[in-house]
Design a protein around this ligand. Sequence first.
Ligand SMILES: Nc1ncnc2c1ncn2[C@@H]1O[C@H](COP(=O)(O)OP(=O)(O)O)[C@@H](O)[C@H]1O
Ligand SMILES: [Mg+2]
Length: 292
Amino acid sequence: MTEPLLAVAGLTKHFWTHRPFQRRSVIHALCGASFEMTAGQTLGVVGESGSGKTTLLRTVLGLHQPTAGTVVFDGDQVDYARRASKRAFWCRVGVVFQDPFSSLDPRLTVSDILREPLSVAGLSGPAEAALREALDEVQLPMTALRRFPHEFSGGQRQRIAIARALMLKPELIVLDEPVSSLDVTIQAEILELLNSIQRQTRTAYIFVSHDLAVVSETCDRVLVMFGGQIVEAGPTGQVVTEPQHPYTRELLAAVPSPDPPAERERIRWRRQSAIGSQERTWRLPPCPDSRR
Ligand SMILES: Nc1ncnc2c1ncn2[C@@H]1O[C@H](COP(=O)(O)OP(=O)(O)O)[C@@H](O)[C@H]1O
Ligand SMILES: [Mg+2]
């Protein structure tokens, strides 16, 4: 068996709400998430809005301090209480956020944006070759370096965000809804770009999306999330063809089919199972760490 690149065990994140004149209450945003992935693999994370996908990524990265659980990267456990341990982890993991309009600092040129990861890693000195290589990989010209983010379209901005994630030649890139804010043709371009980068570099991806159709096209394995919990996990083909959890079946029923008989059957099944009526016949087990 190959060693996992990333092994997450029992990862939990609770948020406490502080409202004036009200009792503090807890939000179980992530409950005991456990999964593993190997190098070069694409792991999809799918679930509706508010299911905890972004919290999972941010907690793995250490942008939220975990309430419980461990993350082991390439055999070493990440110690989120130690800056040096987090920094070493960040040097090996790239991040692309959903919205390329807010994730790029409008006051910085593309050159400065691409140099940011180098300074986080404490690397100084000439970076021309690294900049050229990253821009080549995302198919943008060197003239882009002197320009500002507002001079680019949404798709080009996402290319800049991907170039930034590639600067330190990471072994893993975490992508939080990387194509959700783009229109369909640009989505296809960016997905193809990510695919070709992966073929060349063998970088592993964690690909978050609310869209099961996109995930089933791009991912080797998939985690299905609902209410902060992973309700189903497995190879994408298996999850799509033989869904085990009723929520996965709901997600699949939400994807329209181009084949008319299959589409009629999908609509009939949706009506019959009263999907969308908000009345679910199943319940999630309580969060294992709900004492915290
Ligand atoms: N910083 C925060 N403080 C309080 N609650 C949060 C915070 N971040 C996320 N949440 C809550 O955690 C839950 C999961 O959110 P999120 O991970 O953003 O979902 P998703 O990315 O799947 O849409 C939501 O109920 C959200 O309101
Ligand atoms: Mg999100």
